[in-house]
Each structure stands twice: as structure tokens, then as C-alpha cells.
Design a protein around this ligand. Structure first.
Ligand code: CS2
Length: 322
């Protein structure tokens, strides 16, 4: 507890010192887990530009990528205490609110149509409302990303091939449940530690969408992309609700509108990149492996369902009916 308090204090002091000469009225800081090459970083850069432009320089946003400011889970806490202001998150919020599990529940959604139905339907609305009221984070829209696939150094075609495989997962309960049920050994870890851990062999595999496999350079340490497509997911660019409410009305409006435009921009970047990125990964020597998807989903579905509270089991059925 002491070290966390000390860390927050130190960061506050450092951040205020770095911004002495103020040419703006409001400064925001965003901590992202992806590096500067990823579409999410590019979208935030665009957001920073339009925010600055449309407010005549009254609002400024500094974007820190690659978790250099904080790991995702810490970034959420730092926003809640007002040290920083923005990040991109989703299922990680499952550590605060149960319903956030639906952002990345393995084998629940089939494609981006299912995804949009969830986001824009009652479950998505409840999710966004609880994000604001229970975690103090306001979503500004949602960012697209492709389905998550498993990367490894031996081909995995069937859950039987997973036996004992040490796989890094984000710090999200449903991932641990799913990969344990599948026979692997899931190890929760922050994203910024994954490359080195793969390189050093402390973990043998990881799972993420194509664009993230590419931007993080995992082709240097992983040979196979096993096309598990086990999670159709998205991310929410968020701002601290308190930070947003502290803005005068005119700036608040500019901020929220810029957020909507950032979403449009990100979706374009995602669509443009999705095919290209697969080609690039192949050129870098990664081999794509077809998997028995049904065998995967059948082996972990029950464990995932049973790990949900009775109330969330109701939401699960609600999602299936969408
Ligand atoms: C990322 C995250 O850490 C990772 O592997 O793909 O975006 C992950 O999806 C998040 O923790 C969700 O909040």
C-alpha cells in the first residue's frame, strides 16, 4: 500500500513538473498499452490534434504509448484518482464490474455483426452505464480490433495440442478460466512484458488480434498463428468521468464530438489494415494454422458459463438471443 501511494505521489510530482509552461487551460494524459505503430495509438494522435485545433489550443492531450506511464490495470486506477485521464480498456474492467467480462468472453460472439449487436443493444448499454457509475470511466465510443488468435512455437490444431503450454493472458478472469479448461497453463501478465517473456521462454504462447501481433513484433519470437479466433473483441477509449465533468460546457461538447470522430477514424484504419497486416505477418515468416474451432469452444464453454454469477448467466443468454 505504501509503495503504491508513493508511486502515485511521485508520478503526480513528475507530471506536474513536466508541464510548467502552460499554453493551454486543460491538459489530459493518456496511457496506452499498444505502441506507436498500432492503429489505436494513431487514433489517439488524431484525437489530440482535433482536440487542440477545435478548442483553439485550450485543450491539450499527451499520449504515452507502450505502457510507459502505467500498465493497463494501473492506468485505470490512476484515472480514478485523477493522476492521468485517459486509456483504452475493456475486459480488464472485469476486475471492477462483472458485466465487463462480455467485452471478451471466449467463443461467445461469432463476428463483427454479433459484436455490434452487443455493443448497441441492452447489454452494451448496461455495460457503458456501469462503466460510468461504478468505475468512473466514460467510454467515448468503441475501437475495433480483429478476433484474437493464439501464437506459439509449435502448431496447435486441436485443444489436445495445448497440453501444459504456458500461455500469457491479460489479467482477465475469463481468459484464465477458458485456457485452463482447454488444458493450457494461462499466466496473467501485463502486455508490455509479453515480448521479453516470450523471448526468454518464461511463457511459450500468447493470444491477440493480428494487428497487435504485428505491431508488437511477436513474429520475432513466435512461429505460428493458430487461427483460433476465440474472442471477437473491441476496446473502449475512455476518459475519467470527473475529468470530463470538470470541463466547461463548450469544451465538453468539443471533447465528446472529437471522441466520436476518433471512433470513425479508428474504424477506417482498422479496415484498411486488417488484410494488409496478415500479408505482412506471413512475409515475416509466420505460418497460419487452421484449427478445429468447434473442439476448442466445446471444451471450454461449460467452464466459462459456470464461472459466471447467476445474474451474468442471464446476461449470457440475453447475448445469445441478440
Ligand atoms: C490486450 C488488451 O493485453 C492484451 O493482450 O489485447 O487490450 C486486452 O484485451 C485488455 O486487457 C482488455 O481490457
Amino acid at each position: 500500500i505504501f509503495s503504491r501511494y508513493f508511486f502515485v505521489l511521485l508520478l503526480t510530482v513528475l507530471l506536474t513538473r513536466c508541464s510548467n509552461k502552460q499554453a493551454y487551460d486543460y491538459l489530459f494524459r493518456a496511457s496506452l498499452l499498444v505502441n506507436e505503430h498500432h492503429t489505436w495509438s494513431k487514433a489517439f494522435k488524431y484525437f489530440a490534434e482535433i482536440l487542440h485545433e477545435r478548442s483553439d489550443g485550450r485543450m491539450k492531450l499527451e499520449v504515452y504509448h507502450s505502457e510507459q506511464l502505467a500498465k493497463e490495470i494501473e492506468a485505470i486506477r490512476l484515472i480514478q484518482v485523477g493522476v492521468i485521464d485517459m486509456t483504452i480498456t475493456g475486459s480488464m474492467l472485469n476486475n471492477w464490474i462483472e458485466i465487463a467480462a462480455f467485452c471478451e468472453l471466449p467463443f461467445l460472439l461469432r463476428d463483427s455483426v454479433d459484436m455490434r449487436n452487443l455493443i448497441h443493444g441492452p447489454v452494451g448499454q448496461r455495460l457503458e452505464a456501469e462503466m460510468i457509475s461504478k468505475t468512473g470511466l466514460r467510454p467515448l465510443g468503441y475501437f475495433q480490433r480483429g478476433p484474437r488468435h493464439l501464437t506459439s512455437n509449435r502448431p496447435i490444431r486441436h485443444p489436445d495440442d495445448l497440453k501444459g503450454l504456458i500461455i500469457r493472458v491479460p489479467n482477465v478472469p475469463s481468459f484464465v478460466t477458458a485456457w485452463s479448461a482447454l488444458g493450457a497453463k494461462p499466466t496473467p501478465m501485463a502486455f508490455s512484458e509479453v515480448f521479453t517473456s516470450l523471448q526468454q521462454g518464461t511463457v511459450e504462447a500468447q493470444e491477440n488480434p493480428f494487428a497487435m501481433i504485428k505491431s508488437a513484433g511477436f513474429s520475432e519470437v513466435q512461429k505460428y498463428i493458430n487461427l483460433t479466433g476465440h474472442v471477437v473483441s473491441w476496446g473502449y477509449p475512455v476518459v475519467g468521468e470527473k475529468q470530463l465533468q470538470a470541463l466547461p460546457d463548450d469544451l465538453k461538447e468539443i471533447f465528446l464530438e472529437a471522441g466520436r470522430d476518433m471512433q470513425i477514424y479508428e474504424h477506417q484504419l482498422f479496415l484498411e489494415g486488417e488484410k494488409k497486416v496478415q500479408q505482412e505477418l506471413k512475409q515475416q515468416g509466420m505460418e497460419f494454422i487452421e484449427v478445429d474451432k468447434d473442439a476448442f469452444s466445446q471444451k471450454c464453454e461449460e467452464a466459462i458459463y459456470n464461472s459466471l454469477s447467476p445474474e451474468m448467466q442471464k446476461v449470457y443468454h440475453q447475448v445469445l438471443e441478440l
